[in-house]
Design a protein. Structure first.
Length: 277
């Protein structure tokens, strides 16, 4: 079996590759432009190609494509629209075309940012929602085999902790270790769900073995107010202005994901934070 992971040097992609190397005999290739990916995330025995997703047509035939190689942040998307469109619209269209030619199954990382509000809230949310529409259309038009996976604030060891692509937990963790006040956007009452990276990659492997053309919601189903998450670290908190495009409430879609995949959440956010303090 041949598996391609776009964005394979990034956070989710590299952790997935590590899991697959330890649990399958697949030949694994990573296609990554290293916009956020790092060579430090490379796994021994994997072929790494440093290029953009629209070069996927130059690769040998693959059986499964995990497509994570997209622009993936809400707030910065307002200033990075051209790159967002190039990466997500053009790049993902190329991935779909190649999956069609290879008769490969696509496993796509969708965004939960469209839930709990308006999918037009930001350029990023809009594009990600449209890509899911396009994937479903390819299934109708060409018989594309796909699985769509929605992530909910993935956290864990080595997550990004600074810059535009930093995660909430990563930012808090870094600020706490540096003795700084934890910065909370708005009043801190906005809610989010968080899913540990180990639980995510376990679910992604289970999804690989399904042939369902289905949407999977990879969430812990636990709502946390951001201010409560910050207080798990410290009471040293400061509030900063709201940012354009951010949702107030995250919504986890209730369906049969856990039952059908036989997937159980093994990691708890509070336990993780206590272990990092």
């Amino acid at each position: 079996m041949k598996i391609l992971v776009t964005g394979g040097a990034g956070y989710v992609g590299s952790n997935l590759i590590k899991y697959l190397k330890g649990n399958t005999n697949a030949t694994i290739t990573s296609l990554d432009n290293y916009f956020t990916g790092k060579e430090a995330n490379h796994i021994k025995g994997v072929k790494y190609i440093a290029d953009c997703t629209w070069k996927i047509n130059e690769l040998p035939k693959q059986d499964i494509v995990y497509h994570f190689g997209e622009y993936s942040r809400v707030v910065p998307s307002f200033k990075d629209v051209e790159y967002l469109m190039t990466s997500n619209l053009w790049g993902t269209s190329r991935v779909l075309e190649q999956c069609k030619k290879w008769n490969a199954k696509l496993i796509y990382s969708a965004s939960s940012s469209k839930f709990g509000g308006n999918e037009n809230l930001s350029p990023y949310s809009w594009v990600k929602a449209k890509m899911v529409e396009l994937i479903k259309n390819y299934a109708e038009w060409y018989g594309l085999k796909y699985e769509v996976c929605y992530f909910y604030n993935v956290y864990g060891k080595n997550h990004m902790s600074e810059g535009d692509y930093a995660t909430v937990i990563g930012i808090f963790e870094k600020q706490y270790k540096e003795g700084k006040a934890l910065t909370i956007v708005g009043d801190g009452k906005q809610t989010r769900q968080f899913t540990h990276i180990d639980d995510i990659v376990n679910a992604l492997d289970k999804v690989r073995m399904k042939d369902s053309n289905k949407e999977w919601y990879l969430s812990s189903d636990v709502d946390y107010k951001i201010i409560d998450v910050a207080k798990m670290f410290t009471d040293n908190i400061k509030f900063i202005p709201k940012r354009k495009g951010e949702r107030y409430k995250a919504i986890s879609i209730k369906n049969d994901t856990k039952e059908v995949l036989n997937w159980k959440i093994k990691n708890n956010l509070k336990d993780y934070i206590n272990g990092r303090k």
